[in-house]
Write a protein of this length. Structure first.
Length: 161
């Protein structure tokens, strides 16, 4: 039970931070559209994204809501039922789930996702805290898979290369 409560608390904090920043962006950033954060490197730019990453599937809110919801249910199942005592996997799933829920909240309530981080030193999509959570979580998940495969290969005596 403590495992579930701890995971729910972490999810709540991460989702709360995401929603708080998005509320700030709507209230403070939308009127000015953009402001420098680190000159020539990063700016805060208000952008409403009605698609997914890089605005793919723009305007397909129903599909995005259904696909995201199904994916998040699978992630939640693995988080709460399958990865006890597996800290790296747990951290990765917490980040993916919290970021996915944060963007799903926007999509359901507003029909679009509030993005606000714009990298000026490269041509990249405007993104948000939830996107960072999902990407870092995915990277940790890949790391966990690689480490698990390497560890499994050592235990079975198989060459992992």
């Amino acid at each position: 039970m403590a495992y579930i409560i701890a995971n729910l608390a972490i999810l709540g904090v991460l989702i709360g931070v995401d929603q708080w920043i998005k509320a700030w962006a709507v209230a403070s950033l939308a009127p000015v559209h953009a402001m420098p954060l680190i000159p020539h490197v990063v700016e805060l730019r208000f952008y409403l994204n009605d698609g997914m990453a890089f605005s793919m599937l723009s305007g397909k809110q129903g599909l995005l809501i259904v696909a995201t919801s199904i994916t998040l249910l699978v992630v939640a199942y693995y988080l709460f039922a399958r990865c006890r005592n597996h800290m790296l996997l747990q951290a990765s799933l917490l980040l993916i789930l919290s970021g996915g829920i944060g963007n799903l909240i926007d999509r359901v309530l507003n029909g679009c996702v509030v993005d606000y981080i714009n990298l000026l030193f490269m041509n990249f999509a405007v993104f948000n805290f939830a996107d960072i959570c999902v990407c870092v979580g995915a990277a940790l998940l890949i790391l966990d898979v690689l480490l698990h495969d390497t560890e499994h290969g050592k235990k079975t005596g198989k060459d992992t290369e």
